[in-house]
Design a protein around this ligand. Sequence first.
Ligand code: SF4
Ligand code: SF4
Length: 426
Amino acid sequence: MSTDYRPMWKELGLDLEAHDALLGVLGPLYEQTFTRQPQRPEGMKYFDFVMSEVHGLRIKELVDARSSGRKVVGSFCTFVPEELVLALDGILVGLCAGAEFATPEAEKYLPRNTCALIKGAFGFALARVCPYLAASDVVVGENTCDGKKKGYEIFKDLVPNLYVMDLPQTKSAEGRALMRAEFKRFGTYLEGLTGKKLTADALKKGIAAVNAKRSVMHRLGKLRAADPSPISGLDGLLMNQIYFYDDPARFTGSVAKLCDELELRIKRNEGVAPKGTPRILISGCPMAVPNWKLPAIVEKAGAIIVGEESCVGARGTQALTADTGKTVDELLDAVVDRYLKIDCAIFTPNASRVEHVLAMAKELGAQGVIHYGLQFCSPYQIEAGPVEKRLEKEGVPALRIDTDYGQEDIGQIQTRVEAFVERLRG
Ligand code: SF4
Ligand code: SF4
């Protein structure tokens, strides 16, 4: 960052000293994890730039947008419908919580056996180091897992502007009706916040922008099926993470440009690792910025990650929203139908998720799946058993890794991943 953003951060109410400490760790971690990868596509330079300015230029854009009357909506979950936010001229940003920060402070509010994602969200808020949280006019919480649901009861006192959305636990008709009612309530809330009216035209535009963003991620996902892989798993994950922060149209254009480059690479048989490198699909809990621990270990162990069945990945971007409706109600129905397809483990039963994992492994030519569970995340850790069993039954080797954001278990994970990669080679 060449510009001095400190006055802006101060204005947003960040704790400058703690924020410096965070950036002091993030910068070198990014350098070490991403920029030294061999044969990176040229198009990744844009995403490097975005990351270098993730607390700078992008926040300035949000601050400027707010000055011009637009509203910023912060979200922790892929169930929050960006189509509605865009339709009301708002900006949706992800609130990452992908690192440990101020954990002892967070543990004054939460039991120690709370997942790292929730603790991270509390830690970032308590330490006042997240400019996205500070720049949000509203923070949307969602009643998904128990940890989040109960956590928001406390979180509401830590931020001035929490809005909680109820979400179904089943994909039944009643579950759909609940989601429909809650999306409608959210739309009405956003109308009040922005002072704008939700119209069919505006909703169509919102749907088109998000569909374009998701479509380009589908294109990228398909290109990762090539062997040799034209892009590393770390860079694939990075784009799925930046998906939540960047301006939608600019992001879509930049991924499309990168895809053009990857197509040329594939034609020339060029890749980031030799043909025949063991290919792995990651499945499980979301990996928010800067959670790059497991992918870095996997790729260092000589494998390549070819896809992520994750909210920060194909689970979050799967399925487009039908745009044929003529009225707000018809379009809202289409939005609900699309979001109800998300195979999050908070649903019971959630049988479609394992089918999605199997289909992805097949399409991407993955020889094995690593199931990533965050410690104390009951939905995914419990679902991991049946998912693993089914994969092995279908002849897809699977490895379960349960971890958190700490560094202490890196050696142990490395050993297990190396043994798994050897199994895949065999
Ligand atoms: S795992 Fe489920 S609850 Fe968590 S971010 Fe993803 S969709 Fe939301
Ligand atoms: S990782 Fe699991 S426990 Fe943590 S917020 Fe997501 S669903 Fe809840």
